[in-house]
Ligand binder design. Structure first.
Ligand code: NAD
Ligand code: MG
Length: 415
């Protein structure tokens, strides 16, 4: 029986993790939950899973949570320990009885709880890629020090990880995080192409928030769905793959694969290419993190390639997806640059979702922030440096938006 902590339990990754825990009650028990604002769902989750501790990002909501739990008869000795704020999230992440921590918080907000889990020696199922991207130079040494293992929950990185199990370096592929895997020649990350996959580049001027938040293949949170539409998600995954598997950027490629059946591929020294296939469903990569190195028997719908019919592939158009180049450039610059790019993207996507900028402004404001940061880049940042540049980049984007620095005139924004 493995004890699981779920950070961001009310989100897309969090709820799917809890579905798995419900499907496999003999294998997994949930000991710790953290959530943002969705108390209604959180109370249902507490009723079902009876965790030992529950953390809320906003400690002002604790009295309301306590009242709601009392209303459903969970109080006194029956109630979990309730904690809140940044310290509360860290407490839940490092919770003593937890064996494995699923990081389903969105954005760099996941960084400190992730570090708390690593410092407590927990293994991690990493969904929250922004943490590794922003703070790779901080997270990798901490992993080494504590012996925590970073298991990739992102479907592409799970695919690569699964393929690596079939190589002579399977032992190493235990997540030699940051160290080159010998004999691994190339990674090909597959991308669905996102919401605008079948749009002509010229039509993107008409893109609205509701267009960008409708993903053709995957059902996910709003931020990552917009990142998929801009292909920034794939750019972030390139940096994530660099830190996880130690390959340099010239050997990590992106290929558009509209069916999302092949979840990524690796090429080995002898030119053999290995791929992992499955329906586009995050439950499988999450389950693999939970069961690794074993595999559990599931009743899930089995892949039928005759039903899929065709698998197709094409190179992504750099002019249509400028975020891709921004991510490669930031990854190659290294140090604090990925943190700046990631934070600028988080802020730009938030501004877009609030309809203060247009979809096409997203790469424009990110690029300006990265350009400005070049003079201040730190090659070997500490945690405080990462947190400082993260805040700076968000501010930079907010100021650009305030100044009206837009590619697209305000008049064309959705009314
Ligand atoms: P989501 O928006 O559905 O859920 C986010 C969760 O984090 C919620 O529980 C929310 O309450 C919590 N949260 C939000 N802001 C917070 C804050 N400031 N402090 C603490 N908690 C906060 O997001 P998601 O789609 O589940 O994605 C979560 C992470 O997993 C992201 O990093 C994303 O890139 C990654 N990921 C998601 C998918 C997917 O299929 N959804 C796939 C691959 C990777
Ligand atoms: Mg992914």
């Amino acid at each position: 029986m493995k004890s699981i902590s779920v950070l961001g339990s009310t989100g897309s990754i969090g709820t799917q993790t809890l579905q798995i825990a419900e499907e496999f009650p003999e294998q997994f028990r949930v000991v710790s939950l953290t959530a943002g604002r969705n108390l209604e769902l959180l109370v249902t989750q507490i009723q079902r899973h009876r965790p030992e501790v529950v953390a809320l990002a906003d400690s002002d909501l604790l009295p309301e949570l306590e009242q709601r739990l009392t209303d459903v008869g969970i109080n006194g000795a029956k109630a979990p320990q309730l904690v809140g704020g940044p310290d509360g999230l860290n407490t839940a992440a490092a919770w003593d009885s937890g064996d494995l921590v699923v990081t389903g918080i969105v954005g760099c907000a996941g960084l400190l709880p992730t570090l708390a889990a690593i410092r407590a020696g927990k293994d991690l199922a990493l969904a929250n890629k922004e943490t590794l991207i922003a703070a790779g130079p901080v997270v990798l040494p901490e992993l080494k020090k504590s012996g925590s293992r970073l298991l990739p929950a992102d479907s592409e990185h799970s695919a690569i990880f699964q393929c690596l199990q079939g190589t002579p370096w399977a032992e190493n592929a235990r997540l030699s995080t940051g160290v080159p895997t010998p004999g691994l020649r190339r990674i090909q990350l597959t991308a669905s192409g996102g919401a605008f996959r079948d749009w002509a580049a010229a039509d993107l001027e008409k893109a609205t928030v509701s267009d960008a938040t409708r993903h053709p293949n995957w059902s996910m949170g709003r931020k990552i769905t917009v990142d998929s539409a801009s292909l920034m998600n794939k750019g972030l995954e390139v940096i994530e793959a660099h830190y996880l598997f130690g390959l340099d950027y010239d050997h990590i490629e992106i290929v558009i694969h509209p069916q999302s059946i092949i979840h990524s591929m690796i090429e080995l020294a002898d030119s053999s290419v290995l791929a992992q296939l499955g329906w586009p469903d995050m439950k499988l990569p999450i389950l693999y993190c939970l069961s690794w190195p074993s595999r559990l028997e599931t009743p899930w719908r089995r892949l039928d390639l005759t039903e899929v019919g065709q698998l197709s592939f094409r190179a992504p158009d750099p002019a249509k997806y400028p975020c891709m180049k921004l991510a490669y450039d930031a990854g190659r610059a290294g140090g604090t640059m990925p943190a700046v790019m990631n934070a600028a993207n988080e802020e730009a996507v938030a501004q877009f979702l609030e309809e203060r900028i247009h979809f096409l402004d997203i790469p424009v404001v990110i690029e300006a922030a990265c350009e400005q940061h070049k003079a201040d880049l730190m090659a070997h940042p500490q945690l405080d440096d990462v947190l400082t540049v993260d805040q700076w980049a968000r501010q930079s984007v907010r100021e650009q938006v305030k100044r009206g620095a837009r590619r697209i005139p305000a008049a064309s924004l959705a009314a």
